[in-house]
Design a protein around this ligand. Structure first.
Ligand code: NAD
Length: 297
């Protein structure tokens, strides 16, 4: 299949590489020339604009930081829709708001373009290994048409419902990740301040009722090593919490915990750590409590 890929960042680059390795013809676009060069070396072609990219492929995958950027890439004179026609497909795998996706899908449909939202979970590791969980919203026939692509990128592909439903479930997942990460950070700060060995806390809690992905993946791979290279950045997590808070207002669901936790991530951003992994939420606590939650190899 001739596939376009826009957004070759922490997630998009390994995903695009997996599509290439599986034998698909890939045309890529990104504002970061270095990321594009890496894909060209691996066998991809580059397009100077989303419009020129769309003219060369039958489906485009976007993996971009936020809805504003997705909109910029899809609309306008140089956007994907300007180069796409009847039967073309857009698969947006970015984490964005369901309402935004529904608006883009309506615009796409005006030119006969079908639109799927397909946000993912599983992090950079899942993207590299092709083991992502993919949450698809949109037409079932379109999902069937692109099933082969999804199977290269992920292990668990779920059709959630109508367009936007994938984004909705992704928001729910990521607000739980945010809360669990903040909880794990606070709990380890307390345990370490009480004199417990972080490794002992980890061994006990990961086999107990306090377990979570934030504990099992983020503590040993990031916090214990003192390595906060993303991963999943604080800025992106903050953006996902904003999607949850805003969407909750639309449907009148009170989000007390989510708002408080979003402010914790705001503190981390204010400390200049927005580009670090979400596990850096522990850093202000470490400073306040004069501790370091580290484990020697
Ligand atoms: P990233 O910031 O590493 O990558 C984004 C890429 O988009 C960059 O290469 C950037 O240069 C490119 N880009 C920005 N503006 C552009 C434009 N106008 N045109 C073309 N390219 C442009 O982000 P990421 O971590 O890869 O995340 C991408 C999406 O996936 C986000 O919506 C994020 O919330 C979601 N996500 C991330 C993770 C994770 O662990 N990092 C996990 C699941 C979902």
């Amino acid at each position: 299949m001739k596939v376009g890929f826009i957004g070759l960042g922490a997630m998009g680059k390994p995903m695009a590489l997996n599509l290439l390795k599986a034998g698909h013809l890939l045309v890529v676009n990104d504002v970061n020339a270095k990321a594009v060069e890496e894909l060209i070396l691996a066998g991809a072609k580059k397009a100077e604009s989303p419009k020129l990219l769309a003219e060369q492929v039958e489906v485009v995958i976007t993996m971009l930081p936020n809805g504003g950027i997705v909109e910029q890439v899809l609309l306008g004179e140089q956007g994907v829709l300007a180069g796409a026609g009847d039967g073309f497909g857009i698969i947006d795998m970015s984490s964005v708001a369901p309402g935004f996706t529904q608006k883009m899908a309506r615009l796409a449909a005006q030119t006969g373009v079908c639109y799927l939202d397909a946000p993912v979970s599983g992090g950079v590791k899942g993207a590299a290994e092709g083991t992502l969980t993919i949450m698809v919203g949109g037409d079932e026939q379109a999902l069937a048409r692109y099933q082969g692509l999804f199977q290269i990128l992920g292990k668990k592909i779920h059709h959630i419902g109508a367009v936007g439903a994938g984004d909705a479930v992704k928001i729910v997942n990521n607000l739980m990740l945010a809360i669990n990460m903040a909880g794990a950070a606070e709990a380890f700060a307390l345990g370490t301040k009480m004199g417990l060995d972080p490794q002992v806390i980890f061994d006990i809690v990961s086999a107990s009722s306090g377990n979570s992905y934030a504990l099992s993946a983020k503590m040993p791979n990031f916090v214990f090593k003192g390595n906060f290279t993303p991963g999943f950045t604080v800025d992106l997590q903050y953006k996902d919490l904003e999607l949850a808070v805003q969407t909750a207002k639309d449907v009148q669901v009170p989000m007390l915990l989510t708002n408080v936790v979003q402010q914790l991530y705001e503190q981390v951003r204010a400390a200049g750590l927005g580009k670090e992994d979400i596990s850096a939420i522990i850093k202000p606590l470490e400073t306040l409590c004069d501790i370091q939650v580290r484990v020697k190899n």
